[in-house]
Ligand binder design. Structure first.
Ligand SMILES: Nc1ncnc2c1ncn2[C@@H]1O[C@H](COP(=O)(O)OP(=O)(O)OP(=O)(O)O)[C@@H](O)[C@H]1O
Ligand SMILES: [Zn+2]
Length: 525
């Protein structure tokens, strides 16, 4: 039971929720049923069929509609007298600025990506509004509370980078299915359907130069070439020839199982086309599927090597036949059925070559898309914990704030692990005043390198303002004058020495970067 103090805090609170997905639906319902009366909700997405199994405010008939608006309507049906304001929008839009955030007593995140979380964290710090942050992955979840100056901010601790694998494991010595998936997705798929100008390590181990130049155009589709012939050439090159080349390096295989080269003629009949019965019929461009045209129905089946080889050739054929315009611009997307089919088949053929167990399309899709299947119960538990922390924030019960972790297996008979929040990290570049230092080669590095690689990519700033002393060197904004845009563009092309020498006539540079909270000091070499 809530105390009188809690009830009046709940009644008077103005709350902003960001995200109306798995956690967001649960959260909106729990807030409404707990007595909250003024809730604003931002979500940029529309409802997809795949959301319906756990985002229970949505029904089949809502597919394609705004999540924020449908969630509002659904909750108003059970609590008609409260106010819910939906925004079908990206939280990064400029209208959701510091002043907008200042209107709220607490912000609650139910997001699914780092970029948006960092953005909301920074706005909450700038507006000095408490943030309750959350996330779930399958059975795991956590809720954390962030108050400027009192607890650590969302970015005080570096976030673990997504898992990467050594290049040689991917290009030549895979030992797990995930290595084959990464190869199929990031190398083969990218090589065949992605940007041709990007570097690609696909042939990295065909080490003799003559050999690699001989094959330099092996991936090139020649005009009027028979598409099956082209597919078989790729197949034989990557699963046959490249494996033979790798085998020729005896050292590599001294302590490893040798892979087996696979050629298409060994696993498939000479000519396939006639056997793909219904492949021309009923193909809608958006819906092109090699599984459909080969009559493979169940995505949970593990295909044989022969079936994978057919899917490989058929998916490749369909890309060239039905989606030719996209070739050269494609990046792997877990929601692109044909791309998933191609990657599953390629990964399985490679796995077969290396003696690694094959996997179903369903499993391969999960691995390729880094998907951990969502668990509705975890989302519900996390949403409940968010509301508990939000109420503590509203009544300023700071001694009792908790970060709570939801575990997969009980630890000391507990499934929920509450921990006192940590103090702010004094050297956090987001919430502390500590300057960052950076060494740059002032003769070689341009302001553009700094802006693109450090400020935007590394520090995740979307609208940086870069100043030297009192003068602005660079800024981003929708309402900049044209001549300023031209000046900033020119500034980006100047090397740092241009600025440092003008300022101090020496190589030591003290360039300051202000973006609300961040200040960076530079030294040069
Ligand atoms: N920048 C953003 N602005 C507004 N809403 C965002 C932003 N980034 C993510 N979201 C929303 O956060 C929600 C996260 O929900 P959830 O993790 O359940 O993902 P989902 O997209 O609904 O499902 P899944 O990814 O599992 O298919 C989504 O509804 C998404 O639209
Ligand atoms: Zn911080």
């Amino acid at each position: 039971m809530a105390s009188q103090e809690q009830l009046s805090a709940i009644k008077g609170a103005k709350v902003l929720m960001v995200g109306a997905g798995g956690i967001g639906c649960e959260l909106l319902k729990t807030l409404a049923l707990s007595g909250f009366q003024d809730i604003h909700i931002i979500d940029m997405d529309t409802i997809e069929v795949s959301n319906l199994n756990r985002q229970f405010l949505f029904r089949q008939s809502h597919v394609g509609q705004s999540k924020a608006k449908v969630a509002r309507d659904a909750v108003l049906r059970v609590r008609p007298n409260i106010s819910i304001t939906p925004y079908h929008a990206n939280v990064k839009e400029s209208r959701f600025n510091v002043d907008f955030f200042k209107e709220f007593d607490v912000v609650l995140n139910g997001l699914d990506n780092l970029d948006a979380r960092r953005h909301v964290n920074r706005l909450c710090l700038a507006a000095d509004v408490p943030l309750v942050e959350s996330g779930t992955t399958g059975f795991l979840g956590q809720v954390t509370v962030h108050l400027k100056g009192k607890t650590e901010c969302y970015e005080c601790q570096p976030k673990p980078a997504p898992k990467t694998y050594p290049v040689c494991t991917i290009t030549s010595t895979p030992s797990k299915f995930v290595h084959c998936i990464v190869w199929a997705k990031d190398l083969l798929f990218a090589k065949l359907f992605g940007d041709k100008n990007l570097e690609n390590d696909l042939n990295v181990h065909s080490n003799d130069a003559a050999n690699s130049s001989e094959h330099s155009d092996v991936f090139e589709y020649r005009k009027d070439e028979d598409i099956e012939e082209y597919g078989r050439r790729i197949y034989d090159h990557v699963f046959g020839h490249n494996i033979e080349v790798a085998l020729s390096n005896e050292e590599t295989w001294k302590n490893r199982n040798k892979p087996r080269p696979i050629y298409s003629k060994d696993v498939l009949p000479e000519k396939l086309s006639e056997q793909n019965g219904n492949m021309e019929k009923g193909c809608v461009t958006d819906d092109v599927s090699a599984m459909a045209s080969l009559g493979l129905k169940n995505p949970q089946d593990v295909w044989s090597l022969g079936e994978n080889s057919r899917v490989f050739l058929e998916a490749l054929r369909l890309f060239f036949l039905k989606r030719e315009k996209e070739i050269g611009n494609l990046t792997f997307d877990k929601d692109d059925q044909l791309a998933v089919e191609f990657v599953t088949a390629a990964a399985n053929i490679r796995a077969s070559s290396f003696g690694i167990p094959l996997h179903s399309l369903f499993e391969a899709k999960g691995i390729a898309g880094n998907i951990v299947h969502a668990v509705a119960t975890t989302n519900a538990i996390i949403a409940g914990l968010i509301v508990i922390e939000a109420i503590k924030v509203l009544i300023k019960d700071s001694n009792n704030y908790r970060m709570t972790y939801c575990l997969e297996h009980p630890s000391r008979k507990m499934l929920l692990m509450p921990v006192e929040p940590y103090e702010p990290n004094k050297s956090c570049y987001v919430c502390s005043e500590t300057p960052l230092s950076l060494e740059v080669n002032t003769h070689r590095s341009k302001l553009r390198d700094f802006v693109e690689k450090i400020v935007k990519a590394k520090l995740g700033m979307n609208f940086p303002l870069i100043m030297q002393g009192a003068s602005i060197l660079y800024e981003v904004g929708e309402d900049l004058e044209e001549d300023m845009v031209a000046i900033y563009a020119a500034n980006l092309e100047k090397v740092f020495f241009f600025y440092t020498s003008a300022q101090k006539k020496c190589d030591d540079c003290d360039l300051f970067l202000f973006t609300g909270l961040i200040r960076a000091a530079f030294s040069s070499y």
